[in-house]
Design a protein around this ligand. Structure first.
Ligand code: SF4
Ligand code: MSK
Length: 647
């Protein structure tokens, strides 16, 4: 694979070349050296017990069974379930940490943090049945945090946020027994169910997997999003920049990477402190301190504070290769273990801050919420201190950086389209009904060196907006669109006439950045609002919407994809599920599950063909809603004109 084939991004191509010149191995090199394992890819490798490991030839699945007698169908179903459990646990533990922080902040035990969105606090508190009249905001916040904690350990009943879904969707979940109860309970149960010798029925395992994923989407992730908004503010449209060119040669560069934005919020504040800026200048960094993000921590601080984002998933190694990063601060998730090895070629200090996520031999400065500002101060000072160790010979920062507008929470979409005094989804629904916007598609997920970085994301989005489909994005897909200039209002030039008209009237981009991976829950809420607003059916599965994960790689993406399908949104995968070793599972996922959820999975490896399939589905939904007809053009003659009312 040539460097041009590895990524569509010129900054990435330049840094891949620099890495090669300097003898630094990247994910693309390791991918090339890695011989794909057919059993893993097909899902037919089982190592759940020590009678195995067992492998079943996916091309002859009926010829063999595991030592215990497990069929390929059972093995594939169990493996998929465990991916979903992994993804759900990651998003949900993130949510738990935010709930804990909200409680500490409300109790005054987290200096520097306070409730930033009291309005949302009260709205969410009411959903949890909390009395809000004549009570202090802090008091309500403490009670809400307690209720939030209970969602994880709940033994009876069901998750509170499920009430947000249309009644019809809630009935489907109830009828098929997939209503998630406690978040932790669902993860534990699916792990139990799929351990050796428990559940052997692929259908049963799959339904439980959907229930677990719903505990992510309507539980852990939704809690993470809403509680972060309460604590750190609900995003509003904000301008910033993306790509490696946001790093500055004349500044101390601090890159924050991972998923949980709590410490990063403090790092940003400390880095702006004039005393710290002065210290940086005294150390030779005339431009002061530059904080840039990566992956979803990057998205979180971009959405709320407008910090630039240095790139998406496959940029994490390349940021270090610039030779201009003093400190890379990590929290949890999507951190490549290779970072430790790559920093050994440069002066960059890699730092871990979460008790959950360490690298052997790497400096650990633990994030203690009660001492967040102190910890941040220590990190910023360390970065300033490290500036002198930069090797000018190794510094090469690509020029590429692109302006963008981010910050499209579902509340923002409400205000932008409905107007400040009449916030509502009515204008969006009307635009869809009249066909100016044909539908809405969420493009989400990661980068994966199995495909050329960002190519699928960008070509698909361009094709969809050209066909008047509004794109909403999160995670590293949003990073790809940011770098490609699709998050600018000017990108409306690339949209079809209807979408262009709406974007120009409102001043919004045709691709909306809705946040980090946990913020896919914002898309669920937006779908509920569209149903509630009326005119587009009475369930999410009626809406002309779809989800796409073109370049996904993470267990979390698998959980997201499943909760979207279980919520009634069909999901198109650029990289298929690792399930092709079981024709039964393939049939369930890509066909039969639609009978339950009104949505299913599709797989397609080519962006143009994928776009055609997505457009087909949107048109099919419009047809069913009876809105796929163009309003008949009436040619008025003079007599008819005279009949027209005159104002
Ligand atoms: Fe083999 Fe069955 Fe053990 Fe899996 S659970 S490793 S299939 S014996
Ligand atoms: S960071 S889960 S690589 S989107 Fe959320 Fe990006 Fe995927 Fe991680």
């Amino acid at each position: 694979m040539s460097n041009k084939e590895k990524s569509r991004d010129k900054a990435a191509q330049e840094m891949i070349k620099k890495a090669q010149e300097e003898g630094v191995e990247t994910a693309w090199d390791r991918k090339e050296a890695m011989k794909a394992c057919v059993y893993g890819d097909a899902g037919t490798c089982c190592r759940l017990c020590l009678m195995g490991p067992c492998r079943i030839n996916p091309n002859k699945p009926d010829e063999k069974q595991g030592v215990c007698g497990a069929t390929a169908d059972t093995i594939v179903a169990r493996n998929l379930a465990r991916l979903i459990a992994g993804g759900t646990s990651a998003h949900s533990d993130h949510g738990r940490h935010i709930v804990h922080a909200l409680k500490l902040a409300a109790e005054g035990k987290m200096p520097g943090y306070e409730i930033k969105d009291a309005g949302k606090l009260l709205r969410v508190a009411k959903e949890f049945g909390i009395e809000i009249e004549n009570r202090q905001v802090q008091e309500v916040a403490v009670e809400l945090a307690r209720k939030g904690e209970e969602e994880f350990g709940k033994q009876d009943g069901r998750l509170t946020f499920l009430n947000r879904a249309p009644k019809k969707r809630q009935a489907i979940w109830k009828d098929f027994g997939v209503e998630p109860r406690g978040i932790d309970r669902e993860v534990v149960e699916i792990m139990h169910r799929t351990t050796m010798g428990v559940d052997h029925d692929p259908y049963d395992i799959l339904l439980s997997s959907f229930r677990t994923s719903l505990a992510d989407g309507w539980g852990g992730s939704m809690i993470a999003t809403e509680f972060t908004d309460i604590l750190l503010s609900t995003p509003k449209p904000i301008r910033s920049q993306a790509n490696l060119g946001v790093l500055k040669e004349g500044a101390v560069n601090i890159v924050i990477h991972g998923h949980e934005p709590l410490l990063s919020d403090s790092i940003g504040r400390v880095a702006r402190n004039p005393e710290m800026v002065k210290k940086a200048q005294e150390a030779g960094a005339q431009e002061g301190i530059n904080v840039a993000g990566l992956c979803c921590t990057g998205n979180e601080v971009l959405m709320r504070q407008g910090y630039p984002i240095a790139g998406n998933h496959l940029h994490q190694e390349l940021a270090i290769v610039t030779g201009a990063v003093e400190v890379m601060v990590t929290d949890v998730q999507c951190l490549m273990p290779s970072l430790a090895q790559i920093t050994s070629y440069y002066h960059t200090r890699l730092l871990t801050t979460s008790p959950l996520a360490r690298f052997p031999g790497v400096l650990h400065i633990e994030f203690e919420p009660e001492k967040a500002l102190e910890v941040a101060q220590r990190i910023v000072e360390l970065a300033i201190e490290n500036f002198k160790n930069r090797d000018p010979q190794k510094v090469r920062i690509p020029e590429e950086k692109m302006s963008l507008v981010a910050g499209f929470s579902h509340e923002t979409i409400n205000y932008m389209l409905g107007g400040r005094f009449r916030a509502s989804y009515r204008p969006l629904n009307d635009a869809i009904i009249w066909g100016r916007i044909k539908g809405v598609v969420g493009i989400v997920g990661c980068n994966n060196p199995r495909t050329s970085q960002d190519v699928f994301h960008v070509s698909l989005a361009e094709e969809l907006i050209k066909n008047d489909i509004l794109v909403v994005s999160t995670g590293c897909a949003a990073g790809a669109f940011a770098k490609a200039g699709l998050l600018l209002p000017e990108a409306a030039e690339k949209a079809g006439p209807g979408l262009k008209e709406v974007c120009e009237a409102v001043g919004m981009p045709p691709v909306l950045h809705a946040g980090s991976c946990v913020d896919n829950s914002r898309i669920l809420v937006a779908c509920c609002e569209m149903v509630r607003e009326g005119g587009l059916g009475d369930d999410i599965s009626d809406l002309p919407v779809a989800g796409v994960a073109p370049e996904w790689m993470s267990e979390k993406a698998e959980a997201i994809a499943h909760y979207f399908v279980a919520s009634g949104v069909s999901v198109f995968l650029g990289i298929p599920h690792p399930t092709w070793g079981s024709s039964k599972m393939e049939k369930l996922l890509y066909q039969e599950i639609e009978e339950i959820f009104g949505a299913r999975f599709y797989k397609e490896g080519d962006p143009q063909r994928m776009a055609a399939k997505v457009i087909d589905l949107i048109n099919h939904k419009r047809e069913k809603l009876g809105i796929n007809r163009k309003p008949a053009r009436v040619l008025y003659d003079m007599a008819m004109r005279r009949e027209l009312p005159v104002e």
